[in-house]
Every structure is written in C-alpha cells, then in structure tokens.
Ligand binder design. Structure first.
Ligand SMILES: Cc1cc2nc3c(=O)[nH]c(=O)nc-3n(C[C@H](O)[C@H](O)[C@H](O)COP(=O)(O)OP(=O)(O)OC[C@H]3O[C@@H](n4cnc5c(N)ncnc54)[C@H](O)[C@@H]3O)c2cc1C
Length: 405
C-alpha cells in the first residue's frame, strides 16, 4: 500500500505494479492539480525516468529544455552558463501535473491495482509494533504487508509513527507568483529561456518562463524586512532588485496579471532512518529538500527506483524480517545521496546569503564582472556536478522486465 500520489508514490506504484505486485495507492487530493507545482527536472531525475523506461515522455506532456542559468547582482550580470553543462540531458521543464496524471493513468490500467483518490489517510494501523495498514478518513481500514509513506513534506504518517526529522538550516519562506501568459511575453523574451537569479540587498528573485505558460517568479526576502501588502508593492520590490531593462518591463506589467503570492514555508530536513517494521518513507516525507537547484522531484524519483529494486524480491514472501532488512537497506543506500545533495544545497544557499547581505562583496563582483565572469561561470559549473547528476554511486538500473517501453 502506497500513501500519496506525488512523484515518489506514483513512480513506485508503477514499478511495483508492472511486476504484478498487488497494491493500493491512496491519495488525499481528488486531482493532481495544485496551485503551484515544481517543473524543473535535472539530469538526475531524467536519468531515473530513463531507467524506468519512461523517456521520451509523450509529446502531450508539455516540456522544454532550459537554455541555461544566469546570475545578476545589483543590476549587473555576473555570469551565465548554457545547458546542458556537459550532462547527457539538459535540465528540462516538464508539466508535472500532466506527468503525474499520465503516470497515474498507467498505474490504473495495470492488474491488481486499486487507486483511491480524494481519500486522506488519517492514521497507521498497528499490530504487535508493526504497521499493518492505514485508516482512511471514513474509518475504512486498508491492510497490506507494507505501507510506503509518500505523503510529502508534512507527512502525517511520519508524525504518527513518531519519526523526527533532523532539521537542517533555518526555516525560510519563498513567496511564489505567476505572471500570467499574454502579459508576460516581454518578460519571457527578456529571459531567453534561462533560469535567472537576481541578488540584491537582502532579497533574491528567481524567475523563468514556465511550461504552464507565463513566468514563474520566486521571491526570498530578508526575514526582518516588511512583507509587501499589495501587488503594486511587490512589483516595485522586484523592479528595485532587477537590472534596468527587466525593471522597466516589470513596472509596466499589469497588476491584474500577477497571480499570488503563495507563501511556502521551507524547512529542510531528513530522517536518519526511513523505516519502521512494516513502514517505509520516501520522497519529501523522508527528506524535505531545499528549493535550491530544484531537487525534490528528482530525488523522489530516484528514491522510488531504488526502493522498487530492493522491494521486488522481498515482497510477497511472507518473510517480515527479510522485508524489514530490505527497508533498512533502502534507507541506508538513499541516505548517501540525500546527505550529499542537501550539503551541496546548503553551500549554494550560504553563498547566495553571503552575497545578499554583503554589499561590498557584490560591488567587487559587479566591478570585476567584465573579466571575472568566465572564471565565476567555471567555478559555479564545477560546483553543480552533484546537484545535476546526483551521486555517481547510485545504481540507476532495474531488471529488464521491470522497464516499460
Ligand atoms: C512551488 C514549488 C516548486 C517546486 N519546484 C521544484 C522543481 O522545479 N523541481 C523539483 O525537483 N522539485 C520542486 N519542488 C519540490 C517538489 O515538488 C517535491 O519535492 C516533490 O513533489 C516531492 O515528491 P513527493 O512524491 O515526495 O511528495 P509530494 O509531491 O508532496 O506528494 C505527496 C502526495 O501525498 C498526498 N498526501 C498527503 N497527505 C496525505 C494523506 N494523509 N493521505 C493521502 N495522501 C496524502 C498529497 O496530496 C500529495 O499528492 C517544488 C515544490 C514547490 C511547492
């Protein structure tokens, strides 16, 4: 039984069900639509999809390779780097809602699968210290030899199992906006297909042309600064941080075409053990990630791939001790990559924080950008290896009969 039909849950359901493992997938929400969804897949996540036999994605799922990454500070471009940065595949924006709906549809068509949507799980069922199923909101009990909690960063199952996250870094909040399609065209043209990060005194702004149309804009601000109270104030704050041409485009942007903000509190953390007898946690439930360099979907897919490989020989054997050993092995193996990714994200965030708060350093970089830009670009690119590829030690293969053409 799998709880949660985000990337972790739906990918695991597909991999297990293809092999004839009978399962129930329970999802609280009636649809895969969300107000804001991530859409960047790194080469690491694309490699996981390829290993699952899911690439190329159908053309009906909107997707667009990113042209590159650009960094600005105090109105001056510091450097830019073009994709694919030496990777086999470029970072690609993918309509995650359509991807999840497509995967869920594939799961539904497999024998032995029951998909329950719009049905929140409210508690685990316990017997002799072992998780043996879950209770749904209407009191229905669903039992199975294993419960896999893929119920996201606020995981109810994690909380009810008494598992505590190691908290990493200070909590922060990202304010997300969407600049709606037609009006956003001049901004989209300015972006040139790049993911743009703009650092200024205390604040930072990230924006890119979304596959959902329009521009997605994330704003991280100094926690001590007042939060703007109207779209007009927000727009002026972005403009003040932006280089002149973008600032002019933003100031001319119609207020009614600004959608948001949605304030997303971010607390990064991880479990040091992802399992209890009869229970496994994957994806954000086991390791809520920082938004830095778009890792969450990618790591969730890689969790599921590895979990499927370990679980397939252990499920349905009537050997609970053997199953628990597989859970421990999944946890130990995945922790290696998650620790390294979270450490790399923390380094990126610390560098951005330093620049946001150190005007003198920004001035030096801005003044020297004419000659230092290629050096900065090379240095940044070298630091991205793990965040793009994941750890080289991760085995991204499945037995051939678990692949799907
Ligand atoms: C605005 C935003 C932008 C992001 N951008 C990116 C990006 O560009 N790239 C990237 O890699 N990551 C991105 N992320 C992070 C990424 O979305 C997550 O890390 C990823 O979705 C985690 O997958 P998951 O399957 O573990 O959990 P989730 O996707 O959170 O899925 C959990 C599922 O469990 C369901 N659920 C929860 N509780 C229950 C319950 N009690 N019973 C039944 N079902 C339940 C939820 O409804 C949900 O469908 C972004 C996140 C946000 C919010």
């Amino acid at each position: 039984m799998i709880v949660g039909a985000g990337p972790a849950g739906v990918a695991l359901a597909l991999l297990l069900a293809r092999q004839g493992v009978p399962l129930t997938l329970v999802e609280a929400s009636p649809t895969s639509a969300r107000q804001f969804r991530g859409e960047a897949l790194m080469p690491s996540g694309l490699a996981a999809l390829a290993a699952m036999g899911l690439l190329p994605l159908p053309a009906s799922i909107a997707q667009r390779p990113l042209a590159g990454w650009a960094f600005w500070a105090d109105g001056q471009q510091l450097f830019q780097v073009a994709e694919p940065m030496g990777s086999r595949r470029p970072c690609t924006l993918v309509d995650q809602e359509a991807l999840l709906a497509w995967l869920l549809d594939a799961v539904r068509r497999l024998d032995g699968v029951k998909v329950l949507t719009g049905r929140p799980v409210v508690a685990p069922l316990l017997s002799d210290g072992r998780v043996v199923g879950v209770e749904l909101d209407d009191g229905t009990e669903v039992r199975g030899e294993l419960v896999v909690a893929c119920d996201g960063r606020a995981s109810m199952l994690r909380r009810k199992a008494g598992l505590e996250l190691t908290q990493l870094g200070k909590p922060m909040a990202v304010h997300w906006f969407r600049l709606l399609t037609a009006a956003a065209e001049p901004v989209t043209d300015w972006l040139k297909g790049q993911f743009v990060t703009i650092l200024s005194s205390g604040d930072s702004l990230a924006l890119y042309a979304s596959v959902y149309g329009g521009v997605q804009l994330g704003w991280v601000q100094d926690p001590s600064a007042p939060v703007p109270s109207s779209s007009a104030e927000w727009r002026e704050r972005w403009a003040l941080a932006s280089p002149e041409r973008l600032a002019n485009l933003l100031r001319a942007f119609p207020l009614q075409a600004i959608h948001g903000p949605v304030r997303l509190p971010v607390q990064v953390g991880r479990l040091e053990h992802w399992w209890q007898p009869g229970l496994l946690l994957l994806g954000d439930a086991a390791h809520p990630m920082s938004p830095v360099r778009a890792q969450g979907i990618n790591m969730a897919l890689r969790d599921s791939l590895l979990a499927a490989r370990q679980l397939l020989p252990a499920l349905g054997q009537g050997d609970t001790a053997g199953l628990d050993r597989a859970l421990a092995a999944i946890s130990a193996e995945r922790l290696i990559e998650i620790r390294r990714i979270q450490a790399s994200q923390a380094r990126e965030l610390a560098r951005a924080d330093l620049l946001r708060h150190n005007g003198w350093l920004r001035q030096v970089l801005v003044a020297s950008a004419g000659w230092s830009s290629p050096l900065l670009a090379r240095r940044w690119q070298a630091d991205q290896a793990v965040l793009r590829q994941g750890c080289g030690t991760v085995e991204l293969t499945l037995p051939p009969d678990v692949m799907m053409g």
